[in-house]
Design a protein. Sequence first.
Length: 488
Amino acid sequence: MIDQLFGFLSYYVPEIISIILMTTLLVAEAAVKDDQAPRLKIHIFTQIVLGVVLMTLFMNLDEKPLHIFHNAVTIDPFSTLVKIIMTLGTMGAIFLSHSSKDIYPNLKSEFSLMAVGVLIGGMLLASANNMLTLYLGIETLSILSYVLSSLKRDDSTSTEAGMKYALYGGLSAGIALFGMSHLYGVFGSIQFVDMITRVQGLQGLNLAIVMISFVMFFVGIGYKISLFPFHMWTPDVYQGSPIPVTSFFAIVPKMAGLAALVRVSFVFFSEGSALSVSWIGLVLVIAAMTMTVGNVTAIGQTSVKRLLAFSSIGHVGMMILGVVVMNEAGVQAILFYGLVYLFMTLIAFYVTSHLSDMYGTDSYDVFRGLIYKHPVMAIIMASVLFSLAGMPPFSGFIAKFNIFSVVIQKKHYGIALVAAINSVIGLYYYMKLAKTMIFSKPQGDELVLGFSGLNQTVIILLFIPVLFLGVFWDSAMSLAGNASIFIK
C-alpha cells in the first residue's frame, strides 16, 4: 500500500510542488518586513518554482493515462494540457501584479500566495474523477478567489466585488452540492467509473432525477465559467477587482471549470447515453445565449475592463461548443482555443493595466491616440483585438475556425450561424477600441511610464504565439490532438 501511494505521488509532482510553494509563500509573507527588497525575491522565487511546475507538466504529457488515489484523480493528456494553460496564466498574472499599481505593495506577495492556491484548486478540478474531488476543487478555487477579488481593501468597489462574488458563489456551490447529493442517492457511488456503468440501466423517475441533478451541477460549473444565466457577477467583479486579479480570473478559473464540464460531459453524456440528447440540447441553448448576451452587452461599455469581461463571456460561449460534438476533435478545438485565449487575454490586460496605472481609469479615453505615444504597443494591442475578433492571419481566427469546423461536421448548422453572427458583433466593439487607439488624437504628449523596456519585451514575447499560432498552428494542434480524455 505504501509503495503504491508513493507510486501515485510520482504522477502528482506538479501539484505537490505547487502546495510546497504555497506553504513557503505563506511562511515568507509572515516573516517579511514592509520593505520591498524581500518581496522582489519572493516574486522571483515564485516565478522560478512555477517554471519548474510547468516543466514537470510537460514531462507528464508522455506518461500513460491512469487513475490514482483510488480513482479519485485522473492523470491524462487532457488534464495535463489544461494545467499547463492555467500555470502559464498564473505566471502571467503574477508578473503583472509586480508592476501594477492596482495592487498595494504590501499585498503583492499575498496575491502570489492566493493565486497559487487557486491554481492548486484548478489542477484538482481538471483531474477530478469523482464528485467529492470535483467539489473540493471548486471550493478550493472559489474561496481564495473571493479574497482576491476584494484585495483592494480600501476601495469600496473592490469590497463590493468580493461580496457579490462570495454571495453568488456560495449560492451556486450549494445548488451544485444539492445536485451531487441526489446523484449519490441514485447511483450509490461518487466514483465516475462506477456511475458510468449504472447510467444505462436508469429508467423513468430515476432518469428524470439524474438529469435534474446534473442541471444543478451545471449551475456550479456555469457560475465559475460565466455561462448565461450565471454570468451576472462577472462584469462587476472584473471591474471592482485589481487588474492583475481580473486577468487571472479571465484565465485560470475559467479553464478549470471548462475542464470539469468537458470531463463530465464525456463521461456521462457521450453518444449512446440515455441523457446525451437532453444534455447536448441544454449546452447548445446555453452556448447561444452566453455568446449573444456577452457580445451584445459589450457594445455599450465605456470601461475596457467591463468590455473584456463581457468579451470573455462571449468567448466561453464559443469554447463550450466544442463540448457538444462529444469527440476528441472537440477537445482539441477547446484546448487550442484556450491556449490562444491565454496569450490574447494577458496582452489585453497588460496594456490596460499600464494605461490605467498612468491615468487612474480604464476608460476608452486613455487609449486615445496610443499609436502616437507607443506605436509598437498600439500595433500589438490592435492586432490582439483583431485576433479576439477572429480575423486572419492571427491565431484567434484558427481557434474560431476549429470550433466552427467541428460543429458543422456534426451538422449543428443553427448554432454555427449564431456563432458567426456573434463574431461579427464582436468585430464591431473590438474595432471601436482599435479605432480609438489609431485614429483618435492623444490628449497629451506624456509617455506611459508602465511601458518600461522589460514590460514591452514581455508583451512582445506574449504576442509571438498570437501571431505565429495563426500561421504555424500545426504543432500546437498536434499537441492538443493527443489530449484524449481517460475514462475507464
